[in-house]
Design a binder for this molecule. Sequence first.
Ligand code: MG
Ligand code: MG
Length: 247
Amino acid sequence: MITIKSDSEIELMREAGKILRDTLNMLKEHVKVGVTTKELDKLAHDYIISRGAKPSFLGYGGFPGSICASVNEQVVHGIPSNRKLVSGDIIGIDCGVIYKGWQSDAARTFAVGEISEKHKKLIEVTEQSFFEAMKVIREGARLGDIGAAVQNLAESNGFSVVRDLVGHGIGKDMHEDPQVPNYGKAGKGLRLKRNMTLAIEPMINEGTYEVSALDDGWTVVTDDDGYSAHYENTVLITEDGYEILSL
Ligand code: MG
Ligand code: MG
């Protein structure tokens, strides 16, 4: 079911989004050579609690962390571990916050030490592809407009768009309808209404778009071991555009 939020509900989602934005900004300062993904997870957990919110990922379907930490060929849902980051790694950090019952979901991809030019471009294009979607999003736009905007930018830069994982509606639940693919045709699909809230999250690969889950039941990796980047924000649809709640 697609939920339309009231003004007071949106106010709580705004608050959740600010806490999440601040969490990711804090984590960015700690992404360095030698840090473990478990250490980043603990920092996120303690920070979210200190702000009077809850980490939504912790315990979700049995997930053991407050962040997903996905390194290099890991696309999403990487489990925090004792893996130490090394120079040349890229790390996607996905995090979610619940504040007074309302959710926010966002992800960033960071460089560790010195990374290759190609991987710098991968991270930049992934982020830009989200903002390409923002150019077309507003009440009355269609879901396919979002997917087409992301796909056009990613593919014109020589990258590929993950098909198996998509964005989603968000509100009291982390994952609500509708599904929001990062590929598609402009002018097709559901029409957006004001006060819908969507988690829009391009997952862009340097090689094939084909992905698979590892035996741990969570981590999704690219089939060709090419690197993957992820960028996500929780977005409110407005009459004449949008408001990014987690930025
Ligand atoms: Mg997320
Ligand atoms: Mg999401």
